[in-house]
Design a binder for this molecule. Structure first.
Ligand code: G1P
Length: 290
């Protein structure tokens, strides 16, 4: 029986160049989908999946993320004085408790693999989750919760996967898939961002992982891969054959919020589900069609 998944790593050091100028002074993870920042959706998903420790790998200019998950006494006092206790309660519920959260810095932009490696001492010798806030997943059962069940059933590494259009394989980590069993896909190989002609399939990794701590040994070799970066995918590939490793076709819809249209799509989906906004938004959309 593998150890329980208690810790989650959130790599939030990226520059967010695709959303400039909005992300010049604002971390891209703080961009809101309606009225909640992207990073909070990811943290809420992890919390709902039973995660107890939240590890952020940050970088320069990311202090707004720390403030977001902390108390804001001035704001609370002001809102309480105005009788807005419901808002105070909602702000309080998103705070990460003392000792439950840690921040470390990725001091150089050397890639996702390097960002994860920066958290090695905070994770220690146990399986852990990684969530990329750009990949926003809406699901009845939170995607990470589904994956933890799959991890407990298989006893090894699990990554969330979905099929992407063939021409997009060069944006993702791509699987060389083996046998399928329900939502589980055996992984025979992994390639980071292959061109469509070289891709072993169209089954791609999206930003949810449950990995064994052995991955840190491979990341520690600091080998450079696609784009000259230290790639998480390459370190994961080294674990294939050493222990169980599966792709998991999660139940839910994933929005690529690192992309402007994907971000707008997510915004519409969330707003159309909100009783306070749905009718108004439908009216607006109708007006644009006329
Ligand atoms: C990263 C990973 C890639 C994965 C993707 C999911 O790429 O390197 O394997 O498929 O996240 O969003 P990035 O989006 O950081 O370029």
């Amino acid at each position: 029986m593998p150890k329980k998944v208690r810790k989650a790593v959130f790599p939030v050091g990226g520059m967010g160049t695709r959303f400039l100028p909005a992300t010049k002074a604002l971390p891209k993870e703080m961009l809101p989908i309606v009225d909640q920042p992207l990073i909070q959706y990811a943290v809420d998903e992890a919390r709902a999946a039973g995660i107890e420790e939240f590890i952020f790998v940050t970088g320069r200019g990311k202090s707004a993320i720390e403030d977001h998950f902390d108390h804001s006494y001035e704001l609370n006092d002001l809102l309480s004085a105005r009788g807005k206790t419901d808002v105070v309660d909602s702000l309080t519920s998103s705070i990460l408790q003392a000792g439950q959260v840690s921040y470390t810095r990725q001091q150089e932009p050397l890639g996702l693999g390097h960002a994860v490696w920066c958290a090695r001492h905070l994770v220690g010798d146990e399986p852990f989750a990684i969530l990329l806030a750009d990949d926003f997943v809406r699901a009845e059962t939170p995607c990470l919760g589904q994956m933890i069940d799959a991890f407990e059933a298989t006893g090894g590494n699990v990554v969330a996967v979905m099929d992407v259009p063939k021409e997009q394989t060069n944006r993702y980590g791509i699987l060389d898939p083996g046998e399928e069993d329900g939502r589980l896909v055996e992984i025979k190989g992994l390639v980071e961002k292959p061109e469509p002609a070289a891709a072993p399939s169209t089954l791609s990794i999206i930003g949810r992982y449950i990995l064994m701590p052995d991955v840190f040994t491979h990341l520690g070799r600091k080998e450079r891969g696609a784009g000259g970066e230290i790639q998480l995918t390459d370190a994961m590939a080294k674990m294939i054959g050493q222990m169980p490793f599966h792709g998991f076709r999660f139940d839910g819809v994933r929005y690529d919020c690192g992309d402007k249209l994907g971000f707008l799509d997510a915004t519409l989906a969330v707003a159309l589900d909100r009783p306070d906004l749905a009718d108004g938004l439908r009216g607006l959309m109708q007006a644009y069609q006329d």
